[in-house]
Design a protein around this ligand. Structure first.
Ligand SMILES: NC(=O)c1ccc[n+]([C@@H]2O[C@H](COP(=O)([O-])OP(=O)(O)OC[C@H]3O[C@@H](n4cnc5c(N)ncnc54)[C@H](OP(=O)(O)O)[C@@H]3O)[C@@H](O)[C@H]2O)c1
Length: 337
């Protein structure tokens, strides 16, 4: 099993390492190593919130296929699935395998729709093997090379970038687009599409190396670090004409820095708020809701949250456009290459 993600932001990766889920199985008969949720994390997840179990490889029944995980995507949404509360998707129950999108290979098939060797996208989660009746599988187009793109630029993060930027952000040539988590799976696609649309693109990222990567490799016009004590000034200097689109992935200090720079009629697709996912209570401070509402009113701002699973009807257009753009623009630093 390869772990395919550029930025292992979740403490889940630390947990994975700590549980010694090595990508390569040790010699001997295959077993199914799986990681289950052992406890609901409070704040940042720790390895004690997970448990590594080793079980026999499951046997497919009539109509089922046996899948072996080739790539697993670790995504920020997984943190929400660990919580007890109600969200837009089902939580993981204690003792259940952690969920996750995978590229899997059919290793045994009792289902006429699939042959041994087929690569599919699945939702097999944090384990080596899984059974499926085929209803949740999509055969991978062999032209998708490497296959891990199906979890990235041609998968859920790519579609998220596509609908968030184009449908909600509606960038126009000459606009200034600012994006947070600018080198992540979603952000790196947002920024590159925005460049393709003729925009000035300014990223917000963490490490200086990521900022350099955003400019030198992804082709952004500028990138500032949210670790920089001077973030507000740096961002203002990088956006001399203000901000027309802010693609929100993070919240917190990034949003605080962008807010004063928003132009009249700016659009703010709210995709994620990753700086808040491990919070156990609301940040303290004065209630500034009326300030925000005033800004939205006076500058005619459009802010819209969205969940990618509500945009399945956009998949054909996304695949068409992205396939064309892919050879033009996409740069992958995926860990599997
Ligand atoms: N609405 C939807 O349907 C949908 C779908 C997919 C993803 N999302 C959301 O989109 C966002 C990006 O997802 P992704 O898959 O691109 O994530 P990713 O590749 O895992 O990258 C996440 C990046 O966020 C930054 N980050 C993490 N914690 C932070 C903090 N406390 N403050 C500031 N920055 C922080 C880090 O970048 P730096 O090191 O550069 O700070 C990290 O590398 C997430 O909020 C995710 O939940 C939403």
């Amino acid at each position: 099993m390869d772990l395919n993600r550029r930025n292992f932001t979740l403490a889940s990766l630390t947990a994975l390492s700590a549980l010694a889920l090595n990508p390569v199985q040790a010699a001997g008969p295959p077993v199914n190593r799986r990681i289950v949720l052992a406890a609901r994390p409070v704040g940042i997840p720790t390895k004690d919130d997970f448990k590594l179990e080793t079980l026999p490889v499951p046997v497919p029944q009539d109509g089922q296929v046996l899948l072996q995980t080739r790539f697993l995507s670790l995504d920020p949404y997984m943190r929400g699935r660990m919580n007890a509360g109600k969200s837009y998707a089902d939580r993981v129950e204690l003792g259940d395998v952690m969920v996750g999108g995978t590229v899997s290979q059919v290793t045994r098939s009792n289902n006429p729709a699939f042959e041994k060797g087929d690569l599919v996208t699945a939702y097999a989660g944090w384990q080596d093997y899984a059974l499926s009746d085929g209803s949740d599988l999509t055969k991978l187009d062999p032209r998708i090379v490497p296959p891990s793109y199906a979890l990235g630029v041609l998968g859920m993060p790519g579609l998220t970038a596509y609908v968030g930027l184009l449908d909600i952000g509606q960038p126009k040539p000459g606009d200034t687009v600012v994006l947070a988590a600018a080198t992540g799976a979603v952000g790196s696609v947002v920024g590159q599409i925005a460049k393709l649309k003729g925009c000035r693109v300014v990223g917000i990222a963490g490490a200086k190396e990521k900022c350099a990567y955003a400019v030198d490799v992804l082709g952004y016009d500028a990138c500032v670090s949210h670790y920089d004590a001077d973030l507000v000034t740096q961002l203002a200097m990088a956006c001399p004409d203000g901000v027309d689109v802010y693609f929100e992935n993070v919240g917190g200090s990034s949003w605080e820095a962008v807010m004063p720079l928003l132009n009249n009629f700016a659009r703010v697709p709210i995709c994620g708020l990753i700086s808040q996912y491990n919070l156990t209570e609301l940040p303290s401070g004065p209630d500034r809701m009326s300030l925000l509402q005033g800004l939205i009113l006076q500058r005619s701002l459009k802010m819209q949250g969205f969940i990618v699973s509500n945009y399945r009807d956009r998949i054909p257009a996304f695949i068409g456009d992205m396939s064309n753009w892919l050879c033009l623009l996409y740069t992958s630093d995926a860990a599997d290459e």
